[in-house]
Design a binder for this molecule. Structure first.
Ligand code: GDP
Ligand code: IMO
Ligand code: MG
Length: 432
């Protein structure tokens, strides 16, 4: 597979998560960005935490695309992303402080919705309530998308129309104060203070704000190499994930057309990133979860702690059932298997091939999360390789048992494994 095929068709590639997020998308996007002209985030927001390690130095990106570390590309935050300007300003300053160039190479869509203080408060309060806890990142993502759908959102462009922004905000804050006060006894927020703060942030981000829609489409039409960076993962997708234990956007390739204004026919190639095992952070069903010492070993060998919230990630074996679901909804052309090295010390490795539910064998993801939670995995077991894979430079350098494991995954999912990651650094990547 050639990431940047020519032959007159759009040179676009998308990187999406196959599991519940944190598959290592940041590392892969960073690698592919070396040859990309434009890197586009199209959904999600500050809930994402994408780690890139360059020469031992670690960067965690939340809102800014992982392409920012390469000088030659432009990073775009498209209309489908929900932007917290407080977090964006912080992230830009942090990156600049570490010597990363952030200037004309960053473009924020004027159509993107803005995460407001009441969104973060609502996320915090409804999670704290405990009744229907989802284990969100508390970044205000769900409430912001809810307001977008309810047509009560504030968009980046609105921040630059001070009179209208002030008026609209006053009405919105009054409504939020009533609702949050009645539901949670929350103390009222002050509209005028929010107005002044956000006017300040708006000026700070003004140099980056523009017409991302035109920019991205023109880049594609001119034959530029455009890379779409998915956040979260396919199983957290609001329509196709493990609802209601999902995020509030289409966190897979389905999100690109609406999230960036790019026609579906222009999205040429989809790469799905999956760990060689599986993790999940937050609440929700996870059939292959291991609540034993094997799960603990995966967590410690894989350093499975959230990049955004620091929460320990739940760990388990690779799930071919949920992965096939992800292959279907994304139309994945090539798989990137990450963290193979984490399995180096396991005597046996398992892959869930189907579930047992109420005495029946089930081969697809049940629509009801409560049913999925009751599913018992049917495993295929493989011998481990008990060898260091982190030094491998090519597929043939890998131990035989590791090659067999990867070949099995690609046969089971019907998609070729095009890249294998065996460590955090850029260099620790095998291309096939
Ligand atoms: P993302 O949200 O999909 O970008 O993934 P995260 O950055 O949240 O989590 C992936 C973690 O795994 C990060 O700490 C990466 O540095 C690390 N990582 C990525 N690829 C590999 C790999 O092949 N081996 C190991 N050991 N760690 C990796
Ligand atoms: P990246 O891009 C893993 C999870 C949260 C929670 C659910 C809803 O780094 O892979 P939200 O704050 O979005 O309303 O939370 O989704 N979640 C993630 N899990 N990686 C992420 O992003 C996530 N973003 C959200 O833990 O279960
Ligand atoms: Mg992450």
């Amino acid at each position: 597979m050639i990431p940047w095929a020519k032959n007159g068709r759009p040179r676009t590639t998308c990187v999406v998560g196959v599991q519940w997020g944190d598959e290592g998308k940041g590392k892969i996007v960073d690698l592919l960005s070396a040859k990309a002209d434009v890197v586009v985030r199209f959904q999600g927001g500050g809930n994402a935490g994408h780690t890139v390690v360059v020469g031992g130095e670690k960067f965690v990106l939340h809102l800014v695309p992982s392409g920012i570390l390469h000088r030659g590309s432009t990073s775009v935050i498209a209309n489908g992303v929900v932007v917290d300007p407080v977090q964006l300003v912080e992230e830009i300053e942090h990156l600049r402080g570490r010597g990363v160039n952030v200037g004309r190479n960053l473009l924020v869509s004027e159509r993107a919705h803005v995460v407001m203080p009441y969104h973060k408060l609502q996320d915090e309060l409804s999670e704290g309530n405990g009744e229907r806890k989802l284990g969100t990142t508390r970044r205000g993502i769900g409430p912001c998308y809810a307001d977008k759908a309810a047509r009560k959102g504030i968009r980046i462009a609105d921040l630059y129309k001070p009179d209208r922004f002030r008026q609209g905000l006053a009405a919105l804050v009054e409504e939020k104060n009533r609702v949050l006060g009645a539901l949670y006894g929350a103390p009222p927020l002050e509209a005028e203070k929010i107005f002044n703060d956000y006017r300040g942030y708006a000026e700070k981000i003004r140099p980056f704000v523009g017409d991302a829609l035109e920019f991205v489409n023109a880049a594609i039409d001119r034959g530029k190499r455009v890379l779409f960076e998915g956040a979260q993962g396919s199983l957290l997708d609001i329509d196709f994930g493990t609802y209601p234990y999902v995020t509030s956007s289409n966190s897979d390739a389905c999100g690109i057309p609406a999230g960036a204004g790019v026609p579906p026919k222009k999205v040429r190639q989809i790469l799905g990133v999956a760990k060689a095992y599986c993790t999940r952070v937050g609440e929700g069903p996870f059939p292959t979860e291991l609540n034993d010492d094997i799960g603990e070993r995966l967590r410690s060998a894989g350093r499975e702690y959230g990049s955004t919230t620091g929460r320990p990630r739940r760990c388990g074996w690779f799930d071919a059932v949920t992965s096939r679901h992800a292959v279907m909804i994304n139309g994945i052309d090539g798989l990137v298997i990450t963290k193979l090295d984490v399995l180096d010390t396991f005597d046996r490795i398992r892959v869930c091939m189907a579930y047992r539910l109420d005495g029946r064998r089930v081969g697809k993801v049940p629509v009801d999360s409560q049913d999925l939670a009751r599913c018992v995995p049917v495993y295929e077991t493989f011998p481990g390789w008990n060898a260091d894979t982190s030094q491998a430079k090519s597929f043939s350098d890998l131990p035989r048992a590791a090659r067999r494991y990867l070949t099995f995954l690609e046969r089971t999912l019907g998609v070729p494994v095009v890249m294998i990651s065996v460590g955090t650094d850029r260099e620790k990547t095998i291309r096939r």
